[in-house]
Design a binder for this molecule. Structure first.
Ligand SMILES: Cc1cc2nc3c(=O)[nH]c(=O)nc-3n(C[C@H](O)[C@H](O)[C@H](O)COP(=O)(O)OP(=O)(O)OC[C@H]3O[C@@H](n4cnc5c(N)ncnc54)[C@H](O)[C@@H]3O)c2cc1C
Length: 387
């Protein structure tokens, strides 16, 4: 079976890339090992959510997926409040003051995947193969063969690894990976609060790590990401409900009142990874396969969408899709930006994780000073929105 491009991984980034390539009438196969189930309107909220920036929203609209997200469910957030638990430092961002309708949207990962899958139906040259298992990959001078568990062999000019942080394609091709274990876990769960979230993303920085409450499409439901030292996350995950809810409300300083209900809890080890290169002859990596960053500013999948766009642009009109000439353009366009964002997140983590008094004073004063400088503050906000 002959394809222009085979994408391993039908997560949010792989599916978006497939649609972008479908717009170029490329013959594309997306290989996904787990078929995601579409979300029913009254289903429980997905444990995993993403803060989708304005620039990602535009990309999703351009491939016909954004209306399919909104048709399901998403929450536009109009305000973001960030404060420091060790002092009075506080900063808030308001969409209205930026002249924007919102600062971004909180979207469940399953909603995004389902919307993207539905959008792909409008691209006849794109085929989603799901569930499939890659058993073997072979590379020759001018093509790659991908062997599947059902005996099919796919022949392609370019294989893209969009298969997440533990990428099989990256491992198989032998890309060198820089890894930094943050020694933390992100504890996630959906909660119901006694006060409405007010379309606001709340983030409180504590010396142990930040706690974020991200608003969902029901006014009293939020998705939390609580960054904690790994052993503490394990401990809190095992606490019985009443104790956990009390600790959580306390950690958010009761900004949303009491926690009435708390769903299933899960935690993810937090690790920064960056592949030293993104491309080889006939191979490219995108999204979490190429880089993972600290989730404290919710930028991970937004970087992945930018990768997808840059790769599709570098392949536009390329005669040899897997040739290094086209692929290096993609790597040049994206690696620096991803590295800068990764380092910035690590800088924030260090700054807010430091409990020495001079640092506490500095960052509390810094937050308040920044809050008083609208021009600078809103430049930062526009940057985070990708505008
Ligand atoms: C706690 C936490 C909170 C986060 N919050 C945010 C946020 O608010 N905003 C944000 O932008 N980002 C956030 N992120 C990061 C974000 O979730 C990731 O950046 C994003 O999921 C990456 O998408 P991806 O498509 O590259 O990879 P993935 O989402 O990992 O998708 C990879 C896909 O490949 C498939 N796959 C894997 N191996 C194979 C194989 N061998 N064959 C076939 N298919 C395969 C998998 O089944 C999966 O569907 C957060 C991360 C964490 C841990």
């Amino acid at each position: 079976m002959q394809y222009d491009i085979v994408i391993a991984g039908g997560g949010m980034v792989g599916l978006a890339l497939a649609a972008l390539l479908g717009q170029q009438d490329r013959r594309v196969a997306v290989l996904e090992s787990i078929c995601p189930v579409d979300i029913a309107p009254d289903a429980d909220f997905d444990l995993r959510v993403s803060a989708i920036s304005r620039v990602s929203q535009r990309l999703l609209a351009s491939i016909g997926a954004w209306d399919k997200v909104l048709k399901r469910r998403a929450c536009a957030y109009e305000t973001m409040v960030v404060w420091d638990s060790t002092g009075d430092g506080k900063i808030s961002f308001k969409a209205a003051e930026l002249g924007e309708p919102d600062l971004g949207h909180i979207v469940e990962n399953r909603v995004l995947q389902a919307a993207l899958q539905e959008a792909l139906k409008d691209y006849p040259t794109v085929e989603l193969c799901c569930p499939v298992r890659i058993t073997q990959i072979q590379r020759s001078a001018d093509s790659i063969q991908v062997h599947l568990g059902d005996e099919r062999i796919l022949n392609t000019a370019l294989l893209v690894g969009a298969d997440g942080a533990r990428s099989y394609v990256r491992e198989w091709a032998g890309f060198t990976l820089t890894t930094e274990d943050y020694g933390q876990q992100g504890l996630v769960c959906t909660v119901q609060t006694s006060l409405p979230h007010q379309a606001t993303a709340w983030q409180r920085f504590m010396p142990t790590g930040p706690l974020a409450f991200l608003p969902l499409s029901k006014p009293d439901f939020s998705s939390i990401v609580w960054t904690l030292p790994a052993d503490k996350a394990d401990e809190l995950r095992s606490w019985e409900g009443v104790r956990f809810k009390q600790a959580l409300a306390d950690a958010l300083d009761y900004q949303l009142g009491d926690i009435l209900h708390c769903g299933v809890r899960a935690s993810f080890p937090l690790r920064g990874q960056h592949s030293q290169t993104y491309v080889q002859e006939r191979i490219a990596l995108v999204g979490d396969a190429a880089h993972t960053i600290h989730p404290l500013a919710g930028q991970g999948v937004n970087l992945g969408f930018k990768d997808a766009l840059a790769l599709a642009e570098s392949l536009l009109g390329a005669r040899d899709l897997g040739g290094l000439r086209a692929l290096r353009g993609y790597e040049r366009a994206r690696r620096g930006d991803n590295q800068l964002t990764q380092k910035a997140m690590e800088g924030f983590k260090l700054l807010f994780g430091n409990d020495l008094t001079p640092w506490q004073v500095l960052r509390n004063q810094g937050l308040n000073a920044l809050n008083q400088l609208p021009a600078f503050k809103y430049r930062l906000a526009r940057q985070a929105m990708g505008l």
